[in-house]
Design a protein around this ligand. Structure first.
Ligand SMILES: *Cc1c(COP(=O)(O)O)cnc(C)c1O
Length: 853
């Protein structure tokens, strides 16, 4: 048939339902099930068919269905309640931030991330990093932070995954239709859609800007698909992590430099800038460029301001995971840029070079260099980061490297099952959601009767199994399998069997098929006639990661074998909808990455709130979260050089723990059929983990430890026409120029080395001597650095500042300290000098340190 034209009819909404449209355009609905229920009730089939997208739903819902709801008094009452709740939320003045920091409510925090996982409707995320950014924004809204988020609009999103009947992953990209998404044009004061442009590599590229409303905050997304651009440039932002390195550097130029221009175009005056991962690190360069150009200050003065205003969160636990660009590419895209900063090519490139490697410009190094406050995403990952980036701070001991950690969390209300939420409303008091970050909020968990919690858990498990079966049928139909094969799916998964969930990106370090290392042994565990077990897998492999595709294929093959069929399930297209069902419905959440490669991991945090128990490697967040009573561990804290033996030992640990602990506990039921000891562990998990691994705790911690110091620091260095920034810059330049004159001596060179013997608790008098050249002693901190002696090294080191004790005849300064050590043992000490200035964020960032030679 020849189609002459297309007509797009948008359903007319009765006046009474207009507010449903306002709510559809604010992702607030995504964590408020009462709102979602309204759309579901109007037409459940359509809701599901349109992939739970309220904007599209309201465009396509039939007039008849709408009219019938108008006469449903109960529905209209609930609609009114939802609208009131929404309006109250939006206009609430008494938020945590406003109450705690009333003087800072006008200090905008701008958050930059390459991906945002807010809801399945908006597939502009690939995995954990994106979901974390999305959850961060939602918590920032809930806590009332002055907060704006910046990202890119990937018109084709991240790929959706199909797994064909041979077990190979197929990727497919679809164009998203903006008019059917909860996205609006971002308008300027004149009511026009904001556009920005960037000139690089000899051309100007334009982007239009969209707005996504997330509760009280906005996310602005850049999109280069505009008519002014060439065809190539129009597709620049089409795909997340698609394309080659050229695409990537251009996307990152947009994210960082473009992001700052978006804020300007919208008239948003930010005080603090948070780079979530290194992708956005060019942002700091643009901030400096603006300061240099507009305020006529020098690069190093501007850098002092940017250090104070910027926060950098690294997520990468392996050096190879960092974004790097070859230097010729930097020349191509930044050849016109460094001059505007007043820098030479050499000085510019040095901002992103690792000392041990000068081939590539490293985005993580750039971010570490520009941001004054830096963190990893779990305690262990903080330590790993201090290790892998140690050569950014030559001569600085690992423990002093200025990278701290803020452990990740999840947005509780996004991941909690509505049924569990209702249970908490009943037993924790209806305002428990306003204090998720406090452990005391969850003390009442013990008041929930075991039967009640267990009943709801069973319901959720059944719901999951039905969800999985329906998806599997679609999967099999799409693969052209026989009707018989499709029908068999109804017998897959036993609602009474112990059910393990394993879902995450199929990166090879996550070892999805580790549990199949000894097939005979796991087959026996799965098929225990009295105590059966089953496993549900899901995950996408990065399209370019060949070995990860093999893992999918391997699991798919095993799932077809006798003894695994119907018990090992591989679900395709892991996304937030699949994730939500899994983290609410399985019994145990398993995670077995190769330690320490999981920076944090967050899916295990999503299950706690739903009473599901973690079974994980002591890596990332679980290393902190596990307390012996709230889940199980795989292996121990040993790290192996040999992957083969590590895999053997960890898989043995999985089998042993399943056989001796997990399976018996699950099937140990009382006369009412309730596994009371298991339920006790569920409650322990909820009580001990939920509050701490929430984004409410996390964003509160970012606020207290990062954002507020950044606000205060920035105000301080900018006051009086940047006088402190100028002073600090002069101080640093003076120190850098003259630091070579600093020399430290111990008594060893002055007298003879003393081998002290001392009784515990007695003081030892230590003396050091320093030559400082023209540097004033008030600008230098001399410390004793001491700790236990182990293999000729100092471990568990501490440092104490020494007192200036006069001057010797040859012009050296004398420093002394009475050191007292309580515990017996063998200790060693040495001395070091660093610049001293109370207004430095961190003295080690100056790169200047002198040890006794
Ligand atoms: C939470 C989540 C992740 C992150 O899972 P990890 O356990 O951190 O690997 C990835 N993808 C989706 C869809 C998620 O919801």
């Amino acid at each position: 048939m020849y189609l002459v034209g297309k007509i797009n009819v948008i359903s007319a909404l009765p006046e009474e339902f207009k507010r449903l449209n306002d709510i559809a355009y604010n992702l607030w609905w995504s964590w408020n099930p009462e709102a979602i229920d309204l759309y579901r009730e109007i037409d459940l089939d359509l809701w599901k068919k349109l992939n739970r997208n309220p904007v599209r739903f309201l465009q396509e819902v039939s007039q008849k269905k709408l009219q019938s709801k108008l006469n449903d008094a109960d529905f209209m009452k609930r609609l009114e309640n939802v609208v009131n709740t929404f309006d109250n939320y939006m206009s609430e003045k008494n938020t945590w931030f406003n109450k705690t920091y009333p003087q800072n409510t006008d200090k905008m925090i701008a958050y930059f991330s390459a991906e945002y996982g807010l809801n399945e409707v908006l597939p502009i995320y690939s995995g954990g990093l994106g979901v974390l950014s999305g959850d961060h924004c939602k918590a920032a809204s809930d806590l009332g932070l002055p907060f704006t988020a910046i990202g890119l609009f990937y018109k084709q999103g991240y790929f959706s995954q199909r797994i064909n009947s041979d077990g190979w992953q197929q990727t497919c990209f679809n164009d998203l239709n903006v008019s059917q998404l909860p996205i609006l044009p971002a308008l300027n004061q004149n009511g026009e859609q904001v556009q920005i442009s960037i000139t690089f590599a000899g051309r100007t590229v334009y982007a239009q800007v969209w707005k996504v409303q997330i509760g009280r905050i906005n996310l602005y997304l850049m999109d280069t698909d505009v008519p002014q651009n060439s065809n190539n440039d129009r597709s620049l932002t089409a795909r997340l992590y698609g394309g080659d390195q050229e695409t990537r550097i251009q996307q990152e130029i947009f994210l960082g430099i473009g992001g700052i221009r978006v804020l300007d175009a919208l008239g948003i005056n930010a005080t603090v800038y948070h780079m979530n991962e290194g992708h956005s690190a060019f942002m700091g360069l643009e901030l400096i460029r603006k300061l240099v150009n507009e305020k006529h200050i020098s690069f190093s003065e501007a850098k002092k301001i940017v250090e104070n205003s910027s926060i950098f969160t690294t997520h990468t636990p392996v050096p190879a995971g960092n974004d790097v660009f070859p230097l010729y590419m930097m020349d191509k895209y930044f050849g016109d840029f460094w001059g505007q900063l007043g820098l030479s090519r050499y000085d510019f490139l040095e901002l992103g070079l690792k000392k041990s490697e000068d081939q590539n410009f490293n985005m993580t190094v750039l971010a570490l260099t520009l941001a004054g406050r830096k963190n990893g995403v779990s305690e262990l990952h903080g330590a790993v980061s201090r290790d892998i980036f140690s050569d950014v701070w030559p001569g600085v001991p690992k423990n002093d490297i200025p990278i701290t950690h803020v452990t990740n969390g999840i947005h509780t209300l996004t991941w909690i099952s509505p049924k569990i939420k209702a249970l908490y409303d009943k037993y924790l008091g209806s305002d428990w959601t306003s204090k998720i970050y406090e452990s005391s909020t969850f003390e009442g968990i013990d008041n929930i009767p075991d039967e009640e919690l267990w009943e709801i858990h069973k319901e959720l498990k059944l719901k999951l199994i039905n969800f999985v079966r329906a998806k599997l049928k679609q999967q099999k139909l799409a693969n052209g399998e026989s009707m018989e094969a499709v029908r068999q799916v109804d017998n897959f998964l036993d609602p009474n069997a112990l059910t393990i969930g394993f879902a995450r990106r199929f990166a090879t370090y996550k070892r999805a098929n580790l549990i199949f290392r000894n097939l005979a042994r796991i087959q026996k565990i799965l098929n225990n006639p009295e105590k059966p077990m089953q496993i549900i897998f899901a995950g996408k492999a990065h399209p370019a990661d060949g070995p990860a595709h093999d893992v999918i294929k391997n699991i798919n093959d095993i799932a077809k074998q006798e003894g695994f069929y119907g018990k090992v399930i591989l679900l395709e297209n892991y996304n937030m909808t699949v994730a939500r069902n899994l983290v609410q419905g399985v019994d145990v959440w398993m995670n077995n990455p190769r330690r320490p490669l999981e920076a944090s991991g967050t899916s295990g945090q999503k299950v706690c709130i739903n009473g599901i128990i973690n079974f994980s490697i002591l890596d990332g967040w679980w290393c902190e979260g596990y307390d012996g009573e709230n889940g199980w561990v795989i292996g121990d804290e040993t790290e192996f050089d040999n992957e083969y033996s590590q895999d053997n030992i960890d898989s043995e640990s999985i089998y042993d723990t399943l056989e001796s602990k997990i399976v018996p506990l699950f099937y140990n039921v009382n006369e009412k059929g309730i596994p009371t000891e298991w339920v006790r562990m569920m409650k322990n998990s909820i009580k001990s983990l939920t509050w701490n691994y929430s984004t409410d705790r996390m964003v509160k911690e970012y606020t207290e430890r990062m954002y507020l110091p950044a606000i205060n620091g920035t105000e301080m260095v900018c006051a009086d026409n940047y006088s402190l920034a100028k002073q600090l810059s002069a101080f640093e330049q003076h120190m850098k120029a003259n630091w070579h004159q600093v020399q430290l001596f111990s008594e060893k060179f002055m007298n003879n080395l003393k081998d002290y013997k001392s009784d515990s608790g007695h003081e030892i008098h230590l003396t050091a001597y320093a030559k400082l050249g023209i540097i004033d002693p008030s600008d230098v901190m001399v410390e004793v650095y001491y700790g236990s002696l182990c293999n000729g090294m100092i471990i568990n080191a501490q440092s104490i500042e020494m007192k200036l004790d006069g001057k010797t005849e040859d012009g050296s300064y004398k420093y002394s300290l009475d050191l007292k050590i309580e515990d017996g043992g063998e200790y060693a000490y040495t001395f070091r000098a660093t610049p001293k200035n109370p207004n430095l964020i961190n003295r080690f960032d100056t790169g200047l340190i002198r040890w006794v030679e």
